[in-house]
Design a protein around this ligand. Structure first.
Ligand code: ATP
Length: 231
């Protein structure tokens, strides 16, 4: 299920947020979008998901446009985190899992194993508002993967996390990739992309600066330049 972006452009009024972006994201890979503030990463993800209309160009996944009928195949960790603060973790995830067609028993069993993995089994019956921002982020990550999506889109998954939680989440992402999930994620930081991705695209003010395999990019540009573009 290759994800293909063909000359994709998004304009908001006179401002061009993404400018003629063309990419092929192979399945079962981890692909990174690297760029600073306003580079166009979130806008690109929203177009991939069908949350935003594309001004020009086309995005297909396995030859078809992504729409709501495919939402059970896709997981999304949005940049603006959003959970229901008064719900318990369990009720929150059951609600989201059911929206993706899962049965309650299956959801609870998956949630148990994720909470164990994140070393917070006691959070099952805690209200979301009782958790720290970092722990809420872990719950939001679980909500994105509870239904075992084939394509997982993570918008700055490591931002705001302490180093221990960054490592926990990285390990989880690597395992999902090894189990066959295609993963697209964004970051401001070269080191995350470098550690996790085989292919990447660097965006700067909506323009694709460079795209390709990490090895090719490093060979052509040198690591120093990549860091300058990223921030
Ligand atoms: P960040 O790392 O800060 O989240 P980003 O790479 O995700 O940045 P985007 O959020 O995609 O960048 O924003 C790209 C550009 O598009 C920015 O200039 C932003 O102000 C603009 N933009 C995004 N959404 C809208 C919108 N709904 N209306 C108008 N302009 C928008």
């Amino acid at each position: 299920m290759t994800l293909v972006l063909n000359q994709v452009t998004k304009r908001f009024g006179k401002e061009t947020a993404v400018n003629h972006l063309s990419l092929k994201i192979p399945e079962k890979e981890m692909f990174g979008f690297l760029g600073g503030n306003g580079a166009g990463k979130t806008t690109t993800f929203r177009m991939i998901l069908g949350l935003l209309d594309i001004t020009e160009g086309e995005i297909t996944w396995n030859g078809e446009r992504i729409n709501y009928s495919k939402s059970h195949l896709i997981g999304y960790l949005p940049e603006e985190r959003g959970l229901y603060p008064k719900l318990t973790v369990k009720d929150q995830i059951i609600y989201l899992g059911k929206l993706r067609g899962m049965r309650k028993k299956e959801i609870v069993s998956e949630l148990e194993s994720w909470l164990e993995r994140f070393k917070v089994p006691e959070y099952m019956n805690k209200r979301v508002e009782e958790l720290s921002k970092g722990n809420q982020q872990k719950i939001q990550f679980i909500s994105a993967v509870i239904h075992k999506p084939k394509l997982l889109i993570l918008d700055e998954p490591f931002s705001g996390l302490d180093p221990v939680n960054v490592e926990l989440l990285k390990r989880a992402v690597i395992d999902l990739k090894e189990q066959g999930t295609s993963i697209v994620f964004s970051s401001h930081r070269m080191e995350h992309v470098e550690e996790l991705c085989e292919h990447l695209c660097i965006l700067h003010k909506g323009n694709p600066v460079v795209e390709g395999s990490l090895r090719e990019i490093k060979r052509s540009f040198g690591k120093k330049n990549l860091i300058i573009h990223a921030d």
